[in-house]
Each structure stands twice: as C-alpha cells, then as structure tokens.
Design a binder for this molecule. Structure first.
Ligand code: WQD
Length: 346
C-alpha cells in the first residue's frame, strides 16, 4: 500500500496537464489522469512515464458523462486531491460555438464537484486564466482587479467556474479550493518529449512561431503594430509551462498541509514582466539562430492591448516565483518543435 498522496489530474494528457503530472510525480505524488483525448494524444502518458520512470494511471473518459464520473469515483477511493484542467479552451471557437463551451466547461465542473464532495475529497486546484481580467485598468494586474465582462464565452466559462467553486467552498467547509490564473503558458519540458500539441493551424503565438521556423508555415502574421505599446505590438506575460506546473504542486502542497481559509484563494501565475510580440520574435531568433519570416497585419478581433501579472501574492503566500526566462521558454519550445518534426535545431 503506497503512502504517497494520490492526486486526480483531469485533462492530464493535455499541454499544461501533462507537464503538471511530471512535476507532481517528481515531487513524490501518485497521479491518476482522466482525459477524453479530444485535444491530446494517447502517447503523451507514455512520454510522462518515460520522463518520470513510472506512468500515471490513465482513464479515458469524458467528465460530461455524469454516470461515468460517478463510476470513476466508486472505483477510485483514497484520492487526496484534484487538479482540474479538462476544458475546451479555444477562444475563437467559443465565439462560434458558445453552447459547446458552456456545456463542456461548466457541466464537467459540476459533475466533478459532485464526485469530489460525495467522496470527501477536500483539496482542489482549478485551472483558471488571466482572461477573466479582460483589459485591466491598471498594470500589473492584481488578483483584486475588477472582473470585467469576458471577452469570449471561453473566458466567461472561467469566470463562472470560479464562482461555482467559491460558492461550493462556502457551502461545504471541508472543501478548500485554489484557483490559479495563468497568463500565457509557453515552452516545453527540457527533455523535449512533451510539449504543446496544437491541432491544425495554431491560434497561439509560440506554436505558430516554431512551426514557421520549422517550415510548416510560410510566415507569422503579427496581428497589429499600432497599439499604444513601446513597439506597437501587443504585450503579454509569457510564463514557462514548467514554472506553471511547479506552481500547481506548491498549491496542492498548501491545500494538503494547511487549515482551511476563506474565501477561495486565487493566485496570478505569471513572470510579472510584459513582453511584446516583436520582442518574442527577437528572442526566438536569438535562441534558435534562425531568422523568422513574418509580416505585420491588421489587429485580431478580441485581442486586448497589454496585460502582465502582479505576482506578489503567489510569491509571498505560495512562496513560488517563476524561475525560467523568456529565452529558456522559447529555446525549449524550439527544441520540442525540432523533436516533433525530426529536424536538427541549432
Ligand atoms: C498572444 C499575442 C496576439 C498569434 C490566449 C487566450 C488565453 C490563454 C492564452 C487559455 C497576441 C499575437 C498570436 C499569431 C500574433 N488561453 N499573435 N500572431 O490571445 O494572449 O491568450 O491564450 O487560458 O485565454 O486568450 O494568446 O498566443 O493567441 O496571442 O501576432 O499568429 O500574440 O495578437 O497579442 P492570447 P495568443
């Protein structure tokens, strides 16, 4: 009988989920993964096992299946905590198909919470997003910044999910939740065996950059250079996915080792530094040794101008700070792309 704490990771074969599984197992936790493989590949769990020397237990299932969730929990007693990643996350697709996002992201959360409460699980970490802030009035943005009307149904599901969790924690004192608001996760594990796996044409900047450099795309379109920023392109807070993964371990440690605190705790997970699109390109060209083909085009609808995190609460309360630089993250993203495509990097 293992004396290791056992954590359920929903969406654990996804981008941030798989990196968090690695960080959890390397910290001594046992891991069980639920994933419906709608936006990830079955071999990702094998890769996690390769990196850690042991594989998480894996259950292919959809959290929208209420009876299936009940059955899962009846067969998996003794879980100490849950980290919930499983959700649809494509902003543009959510505008075109809002009901798919409300049904999946909110229905899955409610089914999961029923299982958590029925099985006496007291610790839950939730994957939230800086998208809940919209365009903040003040920068850097703190966790106490006003939550504005979401820019997309996807962002709205994150806001509503946080409310569902806060209300459930208030009604069920034994449940303690931490919501982690990610800024822009980028990069890949140093082994280049796991990383971001966008399907089709990437929406996000970094996979589009690395696919362009790898010759899969002819050039990157920079969406606008007429913003009121230092070089006219949008500014974001890009955080290495392994820094993000390690923050989930710290948050779970806190939940398992501390008394309850009211209300639900919320933490920004960023580097605290804003970087423009053009600065990302310059950094990528430096670390990859490749010239990136790009052109400036019109703004992308829905983009906010600039956002970066005030990370003092995570630094002081969690004792966590992002350690890796933008160059580290972009170099790891490039190594991952090269490994995926079987090409020699720099
Ligand atoms: C970053 C910057 C684009 C692609 C999204 C979600 C957010 C979160 C992170 C889940 C922007 C520019 C991009 C391209 C470009 N996801 N860009 N050319 O939009 O900040 O955040 O992903 O939680 O919820 O909204 O990330 O990577 O799409 O864009 O110029 O081909 O890069 O305009 O300024 P974004 P992104």
């Amino acid at each position: 009988m293992s004396d290791k704490k056992k954590i359920l990771v929903t969406g654990g074969s996804g981008y941030i989920g798989s990196h968090t599984c690695v960080a959890l197992m390397e910290a001594g936790y046992d891991v069980v993964v639920i994933d419906n493989l709608s936006n990830s590949e079955p071999w990702v769990m094998d890769r996690v096992g390769e990196i850690c020397g042991r594989k998480p237990e894996f259950c292919e299932m959809d959290l929208q299946d209420r009876e299936g969730v009940r059955k899962f929990f009846s067969e998996h007693k003794g879980l100490d905590g849950v980290i919930h990643f499983a959700a649809s996350k494509a902003v543009g697709d959510s505008v075109a198909n809002p009901l798919k996002y409300y049904r999946n992201n909110l229905g899955s959360l409610v089914n999961l919470l029923e299982g958590v409460l029925e099985n006496g699980i007291q610790s839950m970490v939730f994957s939230s997003s800086c998208t809940v802030y919209g365009q903040p009035d003040e920068l850097p943005v703190t966790e106490d910044a006003p939550i504005k009307r979401a820019e997309s149904p996807y962002g709205n599901t994150k806001q509503i999910s946080e409310e569902i969790l806060a209300d459930t924690q208030e009604a069920c004192p034994n449940l303690q939740v931490i919501a982690l608001r990610y800024f822009n996760p980028i990069g890949a594990h140093s082994s280049a065996r796991i990383g971001e796996l966008p399907r089709g044409v990437p929406d996000n900047l970094i996979p589009y950059v690395t696919q362009t450099a790898a010759g899969l795309r002819d050039k990157l379109r920079v969406f606008g250079s007429d913003y009121a920023t230092r070089d006219g392109s949008c500014i974001r807070d890009y955080i290495h996915v392994m820094d993000l993964a390690e923050a989930h371990v710290v948050a779970m440690d806190r939940l398992l080792n501390h008394w309850n605190s009211e209300p639900m705790e919320v933490f920004n997970l960023g580097t605290g530094t804003g970087v423009s699109v053009l600065e990302v390109i310059a950094s990528f060209e430096k670390v990859s040794g490749r010239k990136l083909a790009y052109e400036i085009t019109t703004r992308r609808p829905g983009d906010i101008e600039q956002v970066w995190a005030d990370t003092r609460r995570a630094n002081e309360v969690l004792g966590w700070t992002a350690k890796r630089s933008l160059d580290d993250a972009l170099a790891s993203a490039w190594r991952w792309e090269c490994a995926l495509r079987g090409i020699e990097g720099n």
